[in-house]
Design a protein around this ligand. Structure first.
Ligand SMILES: [Zn+2]
Length: 439
């Protein structure tokens, strides 16, 4: 078969796959947008085919890229991930990832949810071409953690990567004003100011014994490029703290600690990620700088205060002073810079619940009810209130880590997560009926 005929055949194959993709039962949200974007791309490819303008290889590669996208539609089945959390991610991500096209207005990204793999991932299209209109992002929920919304705060880090590497932000270390500002702040002083300082810090006498042993055995050094990667990872950690608040740090510790054999492990020769110990120290420093290691509960709610203190002990966990590489001022300024960016893009900065809200939400969990805020008067009329996602997560973690303070029927972690998942769904319904959100 001549190559040109086969490319026509492949075009028909992809077109059929797109038509067939409509037969599945997908979740609400942007499925129609996704389909329309694929249709737009297919039409563009057909025009190129008819004009015979582009080389055959370029058309084939566009068709295969589109065919790959179609397989992703099929992996977005209802019931394999938390729909309300997926919706929350889309709400947080859409303004952050909006691409400003100047006079033409903004291009809304399409954020597609799938259940796949065992870790939290967000991937984005790096290269856009003339046949593409809106950038596609794929958010992959680990299938085995379907209802574990208390763990889903881990997505915040990936949202950081997606934001910094969207075309608007460009290269983290060259053009984006937020990235430049954050990098300047974090490298202004302290052990991470340049590669030589990192090496001096790793070789210092007060380094943990494991680090000292490792450093004695190696002649390798950390380069400026390695250090830049470290800064990106730490910035993305601060980013998710800004999105999900302390709940994220609880998820981070819970998820990473069991899989981390040596918290100081780094591969000097090809390091791209700072050690777990360093990441934790930076997060704890940021929590302290934000005032998030002081409880919201007071002695007026003594059980709640005891429970929240258990959460805070867990969040602030043991941190080695050696691993604290930034000053409180650096972390406060970095969080403020992220906060300003959020304000400019219309993304809400994480907040903790007030004492009353926390008391209401935790009391509901104690009764094995989803943590929403509702009062029912003597006539049975219910009044509901807005509650933010990160407030629900904070209440969930407070209950879990402080459960011994309450005299309630035991609740296992899975059931607690299911309650929190249900609460997100109920809150959507509450906000819809109150006109605070649209379908
Ligand atoms: Zn990362």
């Amino acid at each position: 078969m001549a190559p040109f005929l086969y490319v026509q055949e492949e075009y028909e194959n992809v077109r059929r796959a797109l038509d067939e993709s409509l037969r599945y039962d997908y979740g609400p949200g942007q499925t129609v947008d996704y389909y329309e974007e694929c249709r737009f791309r297919l039409d563009g490819i057909r025009a190129e085919l008819e004009r015979r303008a582009a080389p055959v290889s370029a058309i084939v590669s566009q068709l295969w890229d589109l065919a790959n996208r179609l397989t992703l539609i099929e992996r977005s089945h209802l019931g394999e991930f938390s729909l309300p959390f997926a919706d929350a991610i889309r709400e947080i991500a859409s303004p952050l990832l909006l691409e400003d096209e100047g006079l033409e207005g903004g291009h809304q990204p399409i954020i597609h949810m799938i259940a796949e793999g065992t870790s939290y991932q967000i991937t984005s299209e790096k290269v856009m071409g003339p046949n593409k209109r809106r950038r596609l992002y794929t958010v992959a929920f680990p299938r085995q953690l379907k209802h574990h919304v208390l763990m889903h705060a881990l997505f915040g880090h990936e949202l950081g990567h997606a934001t910094f590497y969207s075309s608007r932000a460009g290269d983290l270390f060259s053009s984006d004003p937020l990235s430049i500002r954050l990098t300047k702040t974090l490298r202004r002083e302290g052990h991470l100011r340049d590669a030589a300082s990192v090496m001096a810090w790793l070789r210092s006498e007060d380094a943990p014994e494991r680090v000292q042993r490792k450093m004695k055995d190696t002649a390798a050094t950390i380069t400026e490029a390695n250090l830049e990667h470290w800064i990106v990872e730490l910035v993305c950690d601060l980013f998710r703290l800004a999105i999900f608040g302390p709940a994220f740090v609880a998820a981070h510790r819970t998820y990473l600690e069991p899989s981390c054999k040596n918290p100081h492990e780094i591969e000097i020769e090809k390091t791209s990620h700072p050690s777990c110990a360093l990441r934790r120290a930076v997060l704890v420093g940021a929590l302290r700088a934000m005032g998030w290691l002081d409880p919201v509960a007071t002695v007026a709610n003594s059980e709640l205060l005891t429970a929240e203190r258990s959460l805070i002990d867990y969040l602030g966990g043991p941190v080695e002073p050696w691993a604290e590489v930034f000053t409180a001022d650096q972390l406060r300024e970095a969080m403020a810079a992220i906060g300003e960016h959020f304000t400019a893009t219309g993304t809400p900065l994480a907040q903790r619940p007030s004492e009353n809200v926390l008391a209401d939400l935790v009391a509901r969990i104690g009764k094995h009810l989803p943590p929403i805020r509702e009062e029912v008067d003597e006539e049975g009329v219910s009044t509901t209130h807005p509650v933010r996602l990160e407030e629900q997560l904070y209440a969930g973690w407070t209950y879990w880590l402080g459960r011994e303070a309450f005299h309630a029927r035991p609740l296992d972690f899975y059931a607690l997560n299911q309650l929190c998942d249900l609460a997100l769904l109920q809150q959507q319904a509450i906000d819809l009926s109150a006109g605070r959100r649209e379908l």
